[in-house]
Design a protein around this ligand. Structure first.
Ligand SMILES: [Zn+2]
Length: 112
């Protein structure tokens, strides 16, 4: 991650994927659109409003200046989800992403 230069709340004109939880942002859904520079490169990303706020709270509560996306923070922490202190709606999305990945891996495992 890098320095954010702007955060806007926008309405999705089409479906996107939330970078924090990897779950869909549905068409018509209000979400955060972030524009920032990282290593000199200009980037944009989209996230659910709740996920974006959960990230800010997570960094504040853990007294850290930089954090990866929520899904990565959780996976690299090795902690049970309930220890992460995320709001229930964000927890539910991260659990869904985990379930989706497990289902994909299971589907690949049965292929020859
Ligand atoms: Zn999200």
């Amino acid at each position: 991650m890098g320095e954010f230069s702007s955060v806007r709340t926008v309405t999705a004109a089409k479906q996107h994927v939330c970078e924090e939880c990897r779950q869909p942002i549905l068409k018509g859904e209000r979400h955060h659109y972030l524009a920032f520079k990282y290593d000199g490169d200009f980037n944009t990303l989209r996230s659910h409003v709740e996920c974006s706020e959960a990230r800010v709270a997570y960094m504040r509560d853990n007294d850290i200046d930089e954090a990866g996306f929520l899904i990565d923070e959780w996976e690299s922490s090795g902690e049970p989800m309930e220890n992460m202190g995320f709001p229930p709606i964000v927890e539910a999305r991260l659990r869904q992403t985990e379930a989706d990945r497990a289902a994909r891996q299971a589907a690949q495992a049965v292929k020859p």
